[in-house]
Write a protein that binds this ligand. Structure first.
Ligand SMILES: [Zn+2]
Length: 658
């Protein structure tokens, strides 16, 4: 081989924290050689880490610029997921050397050519380095949590946008994450071997050129011999396809009828049927696997049926491993989902059954609360969860995903009018019931996984994950966990345990919470990255008082509104994750964010426009709340010399409601 010099530049005294980044860079280089036959082409590769940066990182050839969050990591200051973040972003920027730099975009409309493809590559890389199923679950959760809402909002666009005022507004979950799903579908449709052939052909034809998404898909079609003409609609049409599936059993034959519709979006455009793979499994009610060998259905029409000779009625496991970025509706009974949760051989769909069961429970709690009844969780669901949590053959990190807690916007997305307060109340009830019902099991999981030694092995990460997930759920019981959380907070020898204990203490009585806040501050006030976590936790407090906290926090010396990482960790977390407070009935949450946007637009239009996307649910709000948001949106539009990016987002948002 060749010798390549690898260099990472950090602020003075931080170089020992760049070790993991350097290891990740070496792993990325090896992985790309082994997976795609792609080698680095210069003799020197440099990374510079800075504390103040609008994005995650930028792939400038031979000299990447990084947000220090994605470079600096050591056990005492970075959580396990921070470590994963470093590995993923280092990989992403490195992979751009081929998909982005050697072959680049003809114009900005082709952004997903490099981003969708490179996100797909970094997802695969991280999956190989960590745990493929858990990585897939995380990626799909990001897609559902960020991209699906974009499709429902004022800035809906296909992965290849048709027009823009400010291209910065199109560094979106649609272009990146949905773009990656589109590449993944090609991989599923033509198979891994053909995908590699397609990549080889793409580089053979286009190395050194500035090309289009068409060029990429054509290379894949040519290398595989698969007709991808209809598939190209994914680049042109906006919106999340809704796939309604029904089943019937007759004379030994099990039939699935698959109907797809593409909902109307703010983007407009055509709504033709999409072309995608729908991977399925079939199970008897005792969990016997009757899945046919060829279980990849190709969907291309508005409505079509598929029959299987099963000899008995079966339960379908649909969209295995999330084979397409769509919403699948199927009228499952609770017992059918429990069967899939226990026996599905597709681990992604076992998680998805846990998710569906949770959503059914929360929906029932909402219905009960409307008629004044106390909520409950079906005891069969609790029993199934206990059964799985006590199954020692299951990987701990995976097990933790089965304790699914949706974010508030996932719940409101199921409503015609987004009632955040109703959803918040139901979610709190669900969390408390879950913690109460699983208390014994969760305490055991917690205790069984306490260790004194810190390691970064897969097993040790799994133990920390399940232990802290148990602590997190138990914290919904409030002061019950005060002692174990305080003990962990004081003794933790790593940031994962420390942060888990710190967030659990936020659920305890005020004096405990406040003391934890000041202890944290005393210990870490000089560490820029760690203090972002401190701001974020406090901005997430679901309490009317949080606005006063934020005001006070923003006046601290260590808070600087010129620093985008600080803005994100305080205001971004508040508006993006503390949704019950952001959408509070007095409208003060909107006012806080609007004031911030007006304050920073003059010197950081990139971040002001990004912050304004948190108003994207405007058209779904109850009238009284919408009126309060409207006042703020109109105030923003009136500022002198408004940046073009902010103008684009806010004016589009206002148009979504008559
Ligand atoms: Zn990128």
């Amino acid at each position: 081989g060749r010798n390549i010099e690898l260099e990472i530049y950090t602020d003075k005294g931080m170089t020992n924290r760049a070790y993991h980044a350097m290891e990740s860079l070496k792993k990325s280089m090896l992985w790309d050689e082994e997976t795609f036959g792609l080698e680095y082409d210069l003799d020197l590769y440099m990374i510079v880490a800075v504390d103040s940066f609008n994005a995650g990182a930028m792939e400038n050839k031979g000299l990447n610029i990084f947000n220090s969050q994605y470079v600096l990591a050591e056990p005492s200051t970075a959580t396990d997921s921070d470590y994963d973040g470093v590995e993923g972003v280092i990989g992403h920027e490195y992979f751009h050397n081929w998909t982005g730099n050697r072959v680049t975009c003809r114009d900005w409309f082709q952004l997903t050519l490099k981003e969708g493809l490179t996100v797909f590559r970094d997802q695969e890389f991280s999956g190989d380095m960590t745990d493929r199923t858990v990585k897939r679950i995380d990626d799909v959760s990001i897609l559902r949590g960020h991209q699906f809402p974009e499709d429902n909002g004022p800035n809906a666009h296909p992965i290849k946008p048709e027009s823009y005022i400010e291209i910065n507004n199109f560094y979106t979950a649609t272009v990146y994450e949905k773009g990656a799903e589109v590449i993944r579908m090609i991989n599923t449709l033509i198979g891994k071997k053909n995908f590699r052939k397609g990549m080889d052909l793409y580089f053979k034809l286009h190395d050194g050129n500035a090309v289009t998404t068409e060029n990429f898909v054509d290379a894949m079609a040519e290398a595989s011999g698969v007709d991808l003409t209809q598939f190209k609609l994914w680049y042109k049409q906006a919106g999340t396809p809704v796939v309604n599936i029904k089943s019937a059993y007759k004379d030994g034959m099990f039939t699935l009828t698959v109907d797809q519709t593409l909902p109307k979006t703010s983007f407009g455009g055509t709504q033709e049927p999409m072309f995608f793979p729908l991977t399925i499994g079939l199970y008897t009610k005792d969990g016997n696997d009757l899945t046919p060998v060829d279980n990849k259905l190709i969907i291309s029409k508005a409505s079509e049926s598929f029959s299987f000779e099963t000899g008995k009625d079966v339960i379908p496991s649909l969209l295995q491993n999330f084979s397409a970025p769509v919403i699948v509706n199927y009228d499952y009974t609770t017992n059918e989902l429990i069967t899939l949760l226990k026996y599905d051989r597709d681990n992604f769909n076992r998680f998805d059954s846990a998710r569906r069961l949770t959503m059914i429970s929360i929906d029932q709690i909402i219905k009960d609360s409307v008629v004044g009844k106390d909520g409950t969780i079906d005891s069969n669901i609790i029993d199934a969860l206990k059964y799985l949590l006590e199954d020692n053959s299951l990987d701990n990190r995976y097990k933790a995903t089965l304790l699914y807690i949706p974010t508030l916007d996932i719940i409101t997305a199921t409503m015609n009018v987004y009632d955040y307060q109703l959803a918040d109340k139901a979610l709190k009830t669900y969390k408390t019931l879950l913690a109460t019902e699983l208390k014994g099991t969760l305490f055991r999981l917690f205790e069984d996984n306490v260790t004194d030694v810190f390691e970064l092995t897969k097993e040790a990460i799994g133990q920390r994950t399940i232990k802290n997930r148990a602590l997190n759920i138990l914290s919904f019981l409030g002061d019950d966990i005060k002692e174990i959380a305080q003990l962990q907070f004081n003794r933790a020898n790593n940031m994962t345990d420390y942060m888990a204990a710190y967030s659990a203490l936020q659920e305890c009585e005020d004096s405990v919470r406040i003391e934890a806040n000041s202890e944290f501050y005393g210990k870490w006030k000089d560490n820029f990255l760690v203090m972002n976590k401190w701001f974020a936790i406090q901005a997430s407090r679901n309490d009317l008082e949080v606005l006063n906290d934020i005001k006070e926090l923003s006046s601290k010396d260590i808070f600087d509104k010129n620093n985008p990482n600080r803005i994100r960790s305080l205001y971004g977390i508040f508006s993006g994750r503390n949704l019950a407070q952001f959408h509070r009935e007095d409208g003060k949450g909107y006012e806080l964010i609007a004031n911030l946007i007006m304050d920073i637009d003059g010197f950081n239009p990139h971040v002001s426009a990004r912050m304004a996307t948190t108003f994207q649910t405007y058209s779904y709000l109850p009238p009284a709340l919408a009126e309060k948001m409207k006042i703020q949106l109109e105030a923003i539009l009136k500022i002198d010399d408004i940046s073009s990016g902010l103008y684009e987002i806010v004016s589009k948002t206002l148009k979504t409601r008559a």
